[in-house]
Write a protein that binds this ligand. Structure first.
Ligand code: CO
Length: 138
């Protein structure tokens, strides 16, 4: 039986830069590095509270997921981090040079406000930030 999503791995060309992005820019708890000799990899972990798997499919055959599926057969599309103050996080990250796919947060699933960071700012990974509405049940 599958009991948990244990981790998501992102391949990064500059580990120190990526650690500072997740620890300082995104404010995640950093649990340190480990070199795994047998796998010839250096790893860094950022544990997170319980999460969800989101399956995304084009609505009425249109939109960004339709465009994505024209190029790929499917795949890992984005990571989403929850914010408790989305507008403030957007301003803070813009000052650090992050570019967003829209000027302001947009309505998302569960009544959340959402905004996406351009993947070129995050080693090719599309990152969504969301903030639940006050009465959302996640
Ligand atoms: Co999402």
């Amino acid at each position: 039986m599958i009991v948990a999503l244990d981790h998501i791995a992102i391949a990064v060309p500059d580990l120190e830069k990526a650690i500072s992005r997740f620890a300082e820019d995104f404010g995640l708890e950093y649990h340190g590095r480990e070199d795994v000799e047998s796998a010839k990899t250096s790893t860094a972990f950022f544990p997170l509270p319980a999460t969800s798997i989101e399956l995304v499919h084009p609505l009425k055959g249109e939109g960004p997921i339709a465009k994505y599926l024209e190029k790929k057969p499917g795949g890992l599309h984005h990571l989403c981090f929850r914010s408790d103050n989305l507008e403030a996080d957007v301003v803070r990250l813009q000052k650090k040079g992050y570019q967003f796919l829209s000027d302001t947060p947009q309505p998302g699933a569960h009544g959340c406000k959402v905004i996406f960071i351009h993947p070129k700012c995050c080693d090719g990974v599309l990152i969504e930030l969301n903030q639940p509405s006050a009465n959302a049940h996640l």
